[in-house]
Design a protein around this ligand. Sequence first.
Ligand code: PLP
Length: 375
Amino acid sequence: MKKIQMVDLQSQYYKIKNELDNAVLNVMDSAAYINGPEVKLFQQELENYLGVKHVIPCANGTDALQIALMALGLEEGDEIITADFTFAATVEVIHLLKLKAVLVDVDYDTFTIDPEKIKAAITSKTKAIIPVHLFGQCANMEAILKIANEHQLFVIEDNAQAIGSDFTFTNGETKKSGTMGTIGTTSFFPSKNLGCYGDGGAIFTNDDEIAHKIRGIANHGMYERYYHDEVGVNSRLDSIQAVILRKKLPLLDTYNEDRRWAADFYDEAFKDHEHILTPKRAENSSHVFHQYTLRILNGKRNDLQKFLMEKEIPAMIYYPVALRKQKAYYQESDPKDFVNTDKLLDQVISLPMHTELDEEQIKYITDSVLEFMNK
Ligand SMILES: *Cc1c(COP(=O)(O)O)cnc(C)c1O
């Protein structure tokens, strides 16, 4: 059996190695390393794939979030509501910009921000909501957009983990994740569903004015060469990363299909176990399984992780600490308001999930999990 990895980027690369190597060498030869034609082409291809008017490539997913917030004309102390259970980048940029992060609980079954908790957290200072499409499926965007409309709030979708998933509204309309709010952001970190071979990110919007502003901010606040109208940042996608992404974008749906195949296999193996909850698929979002995350109900999650390690099966705890309890982002809170987050911190374990898992490996993983859980 091939060694099991949390993410197997090398095997994925070998399948398209020739094509990728040639494409990268062509960029080397062209000497258009920054803002070359490949970046523009990737931008257009991603716009087409997502069905969004503007894609602005940038250096990574954290920059994408920061630039998105910078483009909205917010003022110090304005409140941004986001999830307590997620990767730290979302709340980090809020703090960096001297805005106020208001962290709220998530839904126990989908791991995404709970719209009812958003409503309860709105004050006169609230300016935006950042739903994170965690682990590969969309937060409840229909409910979130309704709240945002009623209260005149911006919505920034952190789509770093769910690129390629679809959200279907009750009127039957379907949209790609990251294209429903005011702005969407994503990351092309190598292990993401659409990953490059270094750092990369992008920002999406259908709003022409906001797109113009974002392009300026990402380019030193410059709208006309050497005229700096505001304080910006330097955040670009390299041509080499762009050409790799151009080769991988046409494969994204197949990659996500491969992940779903693995998830189905896991689901089937664990479906009747009294102490294992498999990840619930939201009714209105397709799932692209950035992570496959179980909830272990018998209190032995940490022992299970150790047991799997001994069997050379990597398994990760995403995420072990609530953001509101992190030193950097500490927020006074009543545990009654964070029942789901606090349960999830003790129960979640993510199994290997990538495009290269084979049946033998998955069977070994599911057998091992069940061996421990049935002891
Ligand atoms: C990966 C990730 C980011 C940050 O992306 P980088 O490219 O690593 O900066 C932001 N938010 C979420 C939810 C992520 O998973």
